[in-house]
Design a protein around this ligand. Structure first.
Ligand SMILES: [Zn+2]
Ligand SMILES: [Zn+2]
Length: 339
């Protein structure tokens, strides 16, 4: 099969022939139809700990092409979206069907044990795959994963309608968080961003306060100037060193800071400031199978949308070049590879 392979740090991805993955008894073989390019893939491709010679791609959907011997409830041809995690099915968490806490899991697309979906086929755990509703296409389904990350952000923040939310960074995750805030009835939703086209998309996704990071040094102060109150929640959706400290500095007393931007390197911040301001510092991670199910239902009903987030649709052949282009962000939001 065709696959786009990460060779090593500093090398562009390479399109090559790979053998089709072999599935275990509790797995599905999925013919990949759509896969999103994630900022984490770009970060990982620059990190020395990333295994070499792997296939990335963890935001995907496709058609079931084969079933493991023990799989029930699935048929060849079913349309599926999997969680980006291969689970063992045997540990105490898996036995409780709490698959997100599987103790022996492998992250699809970041592990040398299981290749990801920048390829024609991928293996997934049947237990954590969901069937697509009729109204949800493959491209939309490939955006369920970032939407689930956004959902886990507001869940971890214990978001209330009365909250006032400042989102730093309008990448796909920041934009998904904005959409969830609107969905849950928050009235003051601000997005701070450097890129003008991303900022206007933030408005479409639900932000009512747009802050141009080029002109504004303290987005929390700007938020307060416009909304008449300070943000009770600050979402860090950038993921570069120094951002957490910046959020701590601009936060008001008792604010919750939710970190969802994934910084792969070491970072520094000043805990004393958090004590002084009685801040909560929360790391948003860990979506669940039931989150995917809810999101698919909301998409089917048209109450949560994926399409505006998709800025580019490309072929697998075009992926290596696009991946290099994305190292310096221009106008891409979510790039979807369609097969
Ligand atoms: Zn991702
Ligand atoms: Zn397990």
């Amino acid at each position: 099969m065709k696959a786009v392979v990460f060779k090593e740090v500093g090398q562009p991805l390479v399109l090559e022939e790979r053998p089709e993955p072999e599935i275990r008894a509790d797995e599905l073989l999925v013919r990949v139809k759509a896969v999103g390019v994630c900022g984490s893939d770009l970060h990982a491709s620059e990190a020395s700990w990333t295994p070499t010679d792997i296939v990335m791609g963890h935001e995907f959907s496709g058609e079931v092409a084969a079933l493991g011997d023990q799989v029930t409830g699935w048929s060849v041809g079913d349309r599926a979206v999997p969680l980006a995690k291969l689970v063992c099915g045997e540990c105490p968490s898996c036995r409780r069907e709490n698959y997100s806490d599987c103790e022996n899991s492998d992250l699809i697309g970041f592990s040398s044990n299981v290749d990801g979906a920048y390829a024609e086929y991928a293996r997934v755990s049947a237990a954590t795959a969901l069937r697509l509703p009729d109204g949800v296409g493959y491209m939309d389904a490939a955006v369920v994963e970032p939407l689930a990350v956004g959902y886990s952000t507001v869940r971890k923040a214990e978001l209330k309608m009365s909250d006032s939310v400042l989102i730093i960074g309008a990448g796909p995750i920041g934009l998904c968080v904005a959409q969830w805030c609107k969905h849950f009835g928050v009235t003051d939703i601000a997005v701070s961003e450097l890129n003008a086209s991303r900022l206007s998309l933030a408005e479409e996704m639900g932000a009512n306060i747009l802050i141009d990071g080029n002109d504004v040094d303290d987005p929390a102060a700007e938020f307060e100037r416009i909304a008449g109150r300070a943000p009770s929640v600050i979402v860090e959706a950038v993921g570069v060193p120094g951002m957490i400290q910046r959020c701590i500095e601009i936060a008001s007393n008792n604010a919750r800071i939710v970190v969802v931007g994934v910084c792969f390197g070491y970072d520094r911040f000043q805990p004393m400031l958090c004590f002084e301001k009685r801040l909560q510092l929360i790391f948003a991670a860990g979506y669940r199978v039931e989150d995917f199910a809810e999101i698919l239902k909301l998409m089917d009903q048209g109450r949560i949308v994926a399409k505006p987030l998709v800025s580019h649709r490309i072929s697998l052949e075009e992926l290596p070049e696009m991946f290099e282009t994305m190292r310096k962000p221009t106008d891409q939001i979510k790039v979807i590879v369609e097969l």
